[in-house]
Design a protein around this ligand. Structure first.
Ligand code: EPZ
Length: 418
């Protein structure tokens, strides 16, 4: 298990290149289950969750080869239809295999993912949608088993705009002949990217990125090439890190259109942000103004940036409120930030943050990907040495974060814990 040592207090300066999006790459890799023809996916970040997804595809019978950031996936005989617990428990997104496998084979067995550090995370909306398309559900030994002689197109209205449920249903619909519509669909950019990929496979997809998606499925999909969009959460994390530590950073390849809510909040806090076709530049110095945020489905403030934003706001002039409306317990980082001198009072889904003039380095522990990123942001801005444990959480979602930050002048290194 690795740890990070961070000697804080240095401004960040220079240029970083944003990697491909983890949360776009995961469903796109899984969507290759819809075809037996080869697919080539490029700009795939090298991360633990991606490796887990590739292992899942291999377990299901796909042949996978990786070269740098490009993944080639082809058929290697008949596919299996069971996603085992030892993989699902490592990565909840494994449940996305349900839609494509059910559409192709009329059956799928997926271990129930269970809750995680940030919430209970049920999959009822996924199941409700698949049932509307004709699947019958049963439970067997901790697994959910879905069967349908053949899925039928349907008009599905989600009770909440779940990202995963929207993706699962888009994939199920792409492999089901006829027109399926998904209403109150999630509008995240990753959904739009999945729509582009499903179109390249031969399905008719319109409206991805809006709350009404129309998918015209076909029984036989073809292979395709696809380049994954840049990671807006990695971009946002680096922007917040630069704002908190101070300095000037240019993020090449970053897409400002995907981050309107964050860029607005950064500007309110006093950072100078300039966005252009080539990327985003941020300059910042001194303590920020305190800016309250509330997490919302896209295009609102992303829940995945709530923890880094809280780390930044611990240094705010004045106080602000941070409300988490997507996950019910995504505040574990608040107590860790408290160990560094932050003043945060959590009541239910709201955290009141009172800014302090400086944070002090301390030993802290990551509890999920973004909580870990928040501790790194705090460590970069703090006085003295911060020691972040359980870096494997951070590695699930950021490709060598310490290397990117070192190139920007941060003093951060990875050490192997004894
Ligand atoms: C995706 O998770 C992302 N993961 C998450 O990123 C992200 O935080 C989340 O969307 C919200 O933006 C991937 O894309 C792989 P949801 P997902 O279904 O699809 C409830 C990260 O750090 N819900 O939109 O699981 C659920 O419990 C990760 O990269 C139900 O009640 O998110 C949650 O409270 C973490 N029933 C809310 O909806 C359901 O059937 C949002 O979940 C499904 C969801």
């Amino acid at each position: 298990m690795d740890d990070f040592f961070i000697d804080g207090g240095l401004p960040l300066r220079g240029t970083a290149v944003v990697n491909g999006s983890k949360n776009a790459a995961l469903p796109i890799l899984i969507a290759t289950l819809l075809t037996d023809e080869p697919c080539v996916i490029s700009n795939v970040p090298r991360l633990r969750d991606i490796r887990t997804t590739l292992r899942l595809l291999e377990t299901l019978g796909k042949k996978v080869s990786v070269s740098g950031h490009t993944v080639r996936i082809s058929a290697a005989g008949a596919l299996k239809t069971t996603a085992p617990y030892d993989i699902v428990k490592q990565m909840r997104a494994s449940v996305l295999v349900a839609g494509p496998l059910l559409a192709r084979f009329g059956r799928v067995r997926v271990a129930l993912p269970g809750g995680c550090a940030i919430g209970l995370r049920p999959i009822d909306i996924h199941l409700q949608g698949l049932r509307a398309m004709g699947a019958r559900k049963s439970a067997e030994g901790g697994d959910v088993v879905l069967r349908a002689r053949s899925l039928r197109p349907a008009k599905v209205r989600l009770r909440f705009a779940s990202v995963g449920a929207t993706e699962n249903l888009m994939m199920a619909a792409a492999g089901t002949p006829g027109v399926t519509t998904i209403e109150n669909a999630a509008r995240e950019p990753e959904i739009e990217d999945l729509g582009v990929f499903l179109r390249s496979l031969g399905a008719g997809v319109t409206g991805a990125g809006t709350s009404r998606i129309r998918v015209e499925g076909v029984p036989l999909l073809r292979g395709a090439r696809h380049r994954v969009i840049p990671d807006r959460i990695e971009t946002g994390t680096l922007l917040i890190a630069a704002a908190a530590a101070g300095g000037t950073v240019f993020l090449r390849g970053a897409d400002a259109g995907q981050l309107t809510a964050l860029l607005g909040a950064l500007r309110k806090a006093g950072a100078r942000v300039r966005a252009g076709a080539a990327g985003i530049r941020i300059s910042s110095q001194g303590r920020p103004r305190a800016v309250s945020i509330q997490t919302r489905p896209h295009p609102g403030f992303p829940t995945d940036l709530q923890a880094p934003w809280m780390a930044y706001m611990t240094l705010g002039r004045g106080s602000c409120r941070i409300r988490e409306d997507i996950f019910e317990r995504r505040f574990i980082h608040a107590a860790e930030l408290g160990r560094m001198g932050a003043r945060i009072d959590v009541r239910g889904r709201t955290a009141a943050v009172t800014g302090v003039p400086a944070l002090e380095g301390a030993g802290v522990m990551a509890s999920d990907i973004r909580a870990g990123a928040a501790l790194v942001v705090a460590g970069l801005a703090a006085r003295g040495r911060t020691y972040v444990q359980r870096v494997y959480h951070i590695d699930r979602g950021y490709e060598r974060l310490e290397r990117t930050l070192r190139r920007l002048g941060a003093r951060i290194r990875r050490v192997r814990a004894p």
